[in-house]
Design a protein around this ligand. Structure first.
Ligand code: NI
Length: 174
């Protein structure tokens, strides 16, 4: 397993639409293992393949608390079948938008269809944090970030801040 570099906004790659996985094979599983390792290292509770520069419809998540046993979740080609009409608000952050948080409303329940680690089709009824997290990650597969739900002004403030941080990181003195 390898820890990969996480892309940070603004990065045009993060805005790409990810492609469907045609076959769940060992290459896909090895990618998912790397994604999980990268997510645990960050640390975060969810990661989409596009965030490490792979435009495939793959998500890993683990919502276990610090003192609990790890509970890795793998979603390949996830699709939302139904969503509830009641919204739930969470303060969201994202590994590709470091240090920035905002309250986002999303449906509190959703039903999704996906392929699991072994390529078997599964249906999941998600609610609460799990539902929010899955919807946040599925957005990544469409090139959407949580900051896109904010006002234009707020979003551009965040993007400017991130661009500045990025430049500072790249600066070297020899
Ligand atoms: Ni994210």
């Amino acid at each position: 397993m390898t820890i990969r570099k996480i892309l940070v906004e603004p990065d045009p790659f993060l805005r790409q639409k990810s492609k469907k996985v045609e076959k769940v094979d060992d290459d896909v599983r090895s990618l998912m293992n790397d994604m999980l390792e990268t997510m645990y290292d960050a640390p975060g509770i969810g990661l989409a393949a596009i965030q490490i520069g792979v435009a495939k419809r793959i998500i890993v998540m683990d919502l276990a608390k610090e003192n609990e046993k790890k509970q890795p979740l793998y979603f390949i080609n996830p699709e939302i079948i139904t969503k509830s009409e009641i919204d739930l608000t969470y303060e969201e952050g994202c590994l590709s938008v470091p240090g920035q948080f905002a309250e986002i409303d999303r449906p509190d329940r959703c039903k999704i269809k996906y392929l699991d680690y072994d390529g078997k089709e599964q249906i999941l009824n998600a609610q609460g944090l799990l539902a929010t997290c899955i919807q946040h990650e599925i957005d990544h597969l469409e090139g959407v970030l949580f900051i896109d739900y904010l006002s234009k002004l707020k979003r551009s403030m965040i993007t400017k801040k991130l661009s500045k941080q990025k430049k500072e990181l790249e600066r070297i003195v020899v």
